[in-house]
Structures are given as structure tokens and as C-alpha cells.
Design a binder for this molecule. Structure first.
Ligand SMILES: Nc1ncnc2c1ncn2[C@@H]1O[C@H](COP(=O)(O)OP(=O)(O)OP(=O)(O)O)[C@@H](O)[C@H]1O
Ligand SMILES: [Mg+2]
Length: 404
């Protein structure tokens, strides 16, 4: 199979994509991993802080405040208990009921300023549920009573846990948008090249064709040449050149779609092609829709598509004999046009690539016929074109769907 330069371009592009995605995953993974490490450290630190708080509570309740130890208690209250202003904790009895809503037996729980005692209790129980789901309690003994301290992660720890995911999502969305912007501008550029080249070709062909036509008219009017048998042949060739110009000029501009009769167009193109291909290949039209079969199409471009598909079908016979059947059907508000051949078929591996620009299995193929067909049907007619079925050594069917 011929590896066209265009195909290499496509392969390179998808490889770059894979490498970029791998690097992005690596960076994302490393950042999540590292943040998890910090989160773990911070969680350990918070546990230690709560244990210290538990110890402080035990010491306070087991000492008399009116002797010398009062200074120590003051220190503990100020430096340990009040210093912890981040980790919410609740002291409960051994049945997990909060001791009270007073500030002494819970820390860092925010009650709304106007909350009633009942509302405060409710908030405590809600908090307690969260705490239970996060960490096992710390058992303490306060003045002979068995009690527990429940606590939950500080808000900072909570934010840190989710921070990398938020950050990565934001970056991901940004990268995705940038990619879309770039690829759409690249596609716009490709379009401009296609369109510009086609327009220029049509434009350049215009002058010599008009000149040729003038010469033919001149010869026709001169009695010396008017009966020459070359003149009708010349006229045919000029007509063909005009057809090519019309195709290029239509693909190079926003083509006008007009109401046409599909049946007639297909009938015409079949008789036109039949006289130009090997006599071993027979072309048939099978149409169950009686005339007329109206569809909004651009005649020149549509004929180009059918011609490309039929040429491929002829090539698929590899010089042998065969049949090409074009079927026209009206199915659920769509025109279905099937082009079936009895050629060598398309291998499974190639099925996905046949519409790629530059993909060809032919010695002299550019691999542009189907790319062009797809562009004409999908971009210019809002239709669909795809390989309906293909079997090696049996044949291939291409299907075109057009809106009615
Ligand atoms: N009817 C078919 N039967 C078997 N293979 C097909 C058929 N139509 C297309 N193919 C395969 O798809 C490839 C691409 O077709 P396409 O028309 O795009 O390019 P091409 O015919 O090779 O070159 P060109 O640019 O001259 O048309 C062909 O080379 C061929 O391998
Ligand atoms: Mg082709």
C-alpha cells in the first residue's frame, strides 16, 4: 500500500496527541499524589492537636484552680485550648450525646447568632454525624466520667483535599477550550486553502475556455472548416472543460442549491459514464421513485461525487468485468442513494481510512476522491456518506443520505 505524505502527517498528529495526553496525566497524577501527601501530614498534625486538647481538658478538670496550679491552668487554657481555632470538636458522654451546647464542651462549631438552644443542639448532632464519619473519637476521663471527643477535619484540610481536583479541572477546561480554538482556526485555514485553490483554478480555466469557444464558433462559420469532423469532438472537450470549471467554481464558493430531479441526474450521469468506462463494466440505475424525485442539490458538485464513486467502483474491478448498480430510494424522509459494485472490496483495516485525505491503495491515486465526496455531501449538502458494506472479493456499497 502506498504511504502518502498526507497519511504520515495524520499519524504524526495522533502520536503527538497521545504524548501530550500522557504528559498531562503524569503532571495531574503527580500533583494529586503530592497534595495527598500533604493532606495526610496535616491530618496527622490535626489529630495530635486534638489529642493535646483532650489532655488539656483532663488536666483542667482534675486540678483545683485556686492554688498555685491556677497559673498552669491559665496557661493551658490560653495556649492550648484557645489556640486551636481551626479544628471543630465536640465532647460527648459515653453514649455519644453532646455534654452541652456551652462553649466549654465544643470548639469551633459555628452557631448562627440567633440560634435557639434547640437549633444549636440540632447543629451539634449534625456536626457529630460528620465527625463520626471522619475519625474515631478520643476517649477521655473527665473528673471520673468516661467521655469522648469527636472531631472533624478543619476547613483548610477539607479545601486542600479537593483543591488539586478543582485546579486540574479548571486547567483542563482551559486547555480544552484552547485546543478547540486552535483546531477550529486550523480547519478554517484548511478551508481557505481548499476554497482559494479551487476558485483560482476555475478562474484561470475561464480565459482559455472562452477563447476555445470563440475559435470553434469561428471554424463553424467558415465554410472551409464547418463540416470538419473534428469540430463536434472539440465541442465535447470544451463542454467537459466547462464542466470541470463549474465544479471548481462551485466548490470554491458557497454553492447554490437548487431543486433538481435526482432520478434524471443519475440517469444522465450513468449514460455519460457508461460511454467512458470499459465496456466490461455495466452501470445500472435502480430507482423505485417515479419521476420526479426532487432534491435540493448543487448539480455540478453532486455529479462530481457520483463520478468519483463510480470511478472508484470501476477501479475496484481491476480491469475485469463487473456491475455497478446505483439505487435510489425514498426512506423516512431521506433520499438514500446506494452505489454498489462487484469489485474487490475494502479490507477491514482500511475501512476507517478511506475518507482520509491522502489515503490511497492505488499506484496513481491521490486519495482525494472520497475526501472530496465527503466534503461535498456533508459540508455543502448537510447529508451523509459512508461505506454501507464491503466484503473482500464480493464488492462494496457506498451510501449517500440526502434530506428531502
Ligand atoms: N468501491 C471501492 N472498492 C474498493 N476500494 C475502494 C472503493 N472506493 C474506494 N476504495 C479505496 O479507498 C481508497 C481511497 O479512495 P479515493 O477515491 O479517496 O482515492 P483514490 O481513488 O485512491 O485516488 P483519487 O484521488 O484519484 O480518487 C482507494 O485507494 C481504495 O483503496
Ligand atoms: Mg478515487
Amino acid at each position: 500500500m502506498k504511504q502518502n505524505f498526507l497519511i504520515n502527517l495524520y499519524n504524526d498528529k495522533s502520536q503527538t496527541k497521545i504524548v501530550a495526553i500522557l504528559i498531562a496525566l503524569l503532571i495531574g497524577g503527580a500533583s494529586v499524589f503530592y497534595t495527598n501527601y500533604i493532606v495526610k501530614k496535616l491530618a496527622e498534625h490535626e489529630r495530635q492537636e486534638i489529642e493535646l486538647y483532650a489532655k488539656a481538658l483532663e488536666i483542667i478538670t482534675s486540678t483545683d484552680s485556686d492554688n498555685d496550679e491556677g497559673v498552669a491552668i491559665n496557661f493551658i487554657t490560653e495556649q492550648i485550648i484557645k489556640k486551636n481555632d481551626m479544628i471543630p470538636a465536640i465532647v460527648t458522654d459515653d453514649h455519644d450525646n453532646p455534654i452541652s451546647t456551652a462553649s466549654a464542651s465544643s470548639i469551633n462549631i459555628n452557631f448562627p447568632s440567633k440560634a435557639t438552644e434547640d437549633e444549636k443542639k440540632e447543629i451539634m448532632y449534625e456536626e457529630l454525624e460528620v465527625m463520626k464519619s471522619q475519625h474515631p473519637p478520643i476517649e477521655i476521663n473527665l473528673a471520673g466520667l468516661q467521655q469522648r471527643i469527636f472531631y472533624r477535619n478543619s476547613d483548610v484540610l477539607f479545601q486542600l483535599q479537593y483543591y488539586p481536583y478543582v485546579q486540574l479541572s479548571v486547567i483542563g477546561v482551559f486547555v480544552w477550550l484552547t485546543y478547540l480554538a486552535f483546531s477550529s482556526s486550523r480547519r478554517a485555514e484548511q478551508n481557505r486553502v481548499w476554497v482559494g485553490l479551487a476558485k483560482e483554478t476555475a478562474h484561470q480555466l475561464g480565459t482559455p475556455i472562452s477563447s476555445l469557444m470563440a475559435w470553434i464558433e469561428y471554424f463553424k462559420s467558415d465554410p472551409q472548416f464547418s463540416h470538419n469532423e473534428a469540430i463536434p469532438e472539440l465541442e465535447k472537450d470544451v463542454h467537459k472543460l466547462e464542466m470541470i470549471t463549474a465544479r471548481f467554481s462551485n466548490i470554491g464558493s458557497v454553492p447554490t442549491l437548487t431543486e433538481e430531479n435526482l432520478h434524471d441526474i443519475l440517469d444522465n450521469i450513468i449514460s455519460y459514464l457508461q460511454s467512458r468506462i470499459s465496456s466490461k463494466v455495466k452501470l445500472y440505475l435502480d430507482s423505485d421513485s417515479p419521476n420526479p424525485a426532487p432534491a435540493k442539490i448543487n448539480r455540478h458538485l453532486f455529479e462530481w461525487v457520483i463520478e468519483n464513486l463510480c470511478k472508484n467502483a470501476v477501479d475496484a474491478m481491476s480491469g475485469g468485468s463487473g456491475e455497478i448498480i446505483i439505487t435510489l430510494r425514498n426512506q423516512s424522509n431521506k433520499w438514500v442513494i446506494d452505489i454498489s459494485d462487484t469489485g474487490k472490496g475494502i479490507s477491514k483495516a482500511n475501512l476507517k481510512k478511506v475518507f482520509d485525505a491522502g489515503f490511497s491503495t492505488k499506484k496513481r491515486g491521490w486519495g482525494l476522491g472520497l475526501t472530496l465526496a465527503k466534503r461535498i455531501i456533508e459540508n455543502y449538502h448537510q447529508g451523509k456518506i459512508f461505506v454501507k458494506s464491503s466484503e473482500p472479493n464480493k464488492g462494496t456499497t457506498f451510501r449517500i443520505l440526502l434530506n428531502i
